[in-house]
Write a protein that binds this ligand. Structure first.
Ligand SMILES: Cc1ncc(COP(=O)(O)O)c(C=O)c1O
Length: 393
């Protein structure tokens, strides 16, 4: 044995952690499903209506998108074979970036392999030890990981409380930071509520900060032509969109200035040191953005259904957060009770996963219901009936 090494190196720490999670009903397991259609999965041989996926418009099964993906696969092959800066930039990557920039009303766009990769590696590229990051208390883990990886100091403001952010900014500008970066989401992934993008831009301009907005859950379903809540707005340094949610595919992009794009191409490790997105994925995204601007009816229907479900569940006595997005969090509190409700729904044909700490704050375990424009009124009414029976029982 080499002296100086604590020989607790026998992986006991892993067992302890997993046992701890099991004891607090927070142990995670992978459950395999087969996606039969946009709102149905087969799990253990049983058909379930899916109220947990982020496929808000059902595009993962759209025949034109699948055909475009196959077409790019046939033309360009299965992989991009290198990073973007080596030989992984094809014309299809560049054309897609130009198309996204144009649709979003921005100077330029840059693809990333995932939203997680973008958030964790762009944020540290924007700041250093002399900088300060101010972020919303409830930001997504990928943003938080990016902040933790950066060498900057950071503080959180109360959820969606821009007066609190203003107060922190007033103090911060007196403290000699070289840069202040504001980081938040436009639609919060676990709460479903929105931030006030115009007010954030205004604060960022007033205090001369950088502004980083994660628009993952708005893209496709909100804003003009579904291009998100940051589209066509100036004053946002970086806006992130992901393709794994309403776009029904995989990957992410940012819209930004040409200058910032050049900086990230040169300095952002999560862009530089990774293989470019594969052609089949680019094909599906490209086709999805031909379709999305025309889906106003679907977007309208979706938000009507959100209103309907929220009102019904509130009337039944559920604690439903006031979201104005297809994400409807039903707060249960206790982890075991959230798991019990999820299991009851599954027994009766509905997939609605329980979300537990640390993904959400302690004592706020929840069922995160997610609506899709492909859910028919009978799917939705069936969900409400089941929740009513559960509540009465
Ligand atoms: C707000 C937010 N940002 C970023 C991500 C990560 O995106 P991706 O799934 O592309 O890694 C997610 C997805 O879970 C998210 O909800």
């Amino acid at each position: 044995m080499i002296s100086g090494i604590n020989n607790d190196n026998d992986l006991e720490f892993i067992e302890r952690e997993l046992q701890e999670r099991e004891k607090s009903n927070n142990l995670r397991q992978l459950n395999s499903v087969y996606p039969k259609d946009a709102v149905t999965v087969i799990k253990n041989g049983k058909s379930l209506i899916n109220f947990s996926s982020n496929d808000y418009l059902g595009l993962s099964k759209h025949p034109k998108i699948i055909a475009a993906s196959q077409d790019y696969l046939n033309q360009y092959g299965t992989g991009s074979t290198a990073s973007r800066l080596v030989t992984g930039t094809y014309d299809i990557h560049e054309k897609l970036e130009q198309k996204l920039a144009k649709l979003c009303g921005k100077e330029s766009a840059l693809l990333f392999n995932t939203g997680f990769q973008a958030n964790t590696t762009i944020i540290p590229t924007l700041v250093n030890q002399q900088s300060l990051i101010l972020c919303d208390r409830l930001i997504h883990s990928s943003l938080l990981q990016g902040i933790l990886l950066s060498k900057a100091q950071w503080k959180r403001y109360k959820h969606n409380d821009l007066n609190h952010l203003d107060k922190l900014l007033q103090k911060a500008i007196l403290q000699g930071y070289n840069r202040i970066l504001i980081v938040t989401e436009t639609v919060f992934s676990m709460e479903g509520d929105r931030s006030d993008v115009d007010a954030l831009i205004q604060l960022s301009q007033q205090y001369n900060t950088l502004l980083y907005l994660d628009d993952a859950h708005a893209l496709g379903i909100m804003g003009e032509k579904g291009m998100g809540l940051t589209a066509n707005k100036s004053g946002i340094d970086i806006s992130l969109g992901t393709f794994g949610k309403a776009i029904g595919s995989f990957g992410a992009f940012i819209t930004t200035s040409k200058l910032m794009r050049d900086y990230l191409i040169n300095c952002c490790p999560g862009f530089i040191y990774t293989t470019a997105l594969p052609p089949a994925v680019i094909g599906s995204i490209d086709a999805a953005f031909d379709i999305i601007p025309r889906l106003d009816q679907e977007r309208k229907y979706l938000l009507q259904q959100v209103n309907y479900v929220q009102n019904k569940l509130k009337n039944l006595g559920y604690q439903v957060l006031n979201s104005n997005s297809p994400i409807i969090p039903v707060i249960i509190g206790d982890e075991m009770q959230a798991l019990n409700l999820s299991q009851y729904l599954e027994k009766n044909g509905i997939l609605a996963t329980a979300i537990r700490p640390p993904t959400v704050p302690k004592n706020t375990a929840r069922i995160r219901l997610v609506l899709s424009s492909q859910h028919q009124p009978e799917h939705i009414n069936y969900l409400i009936d089941l929740l009513q029976q559960y509540h009465e029982f």
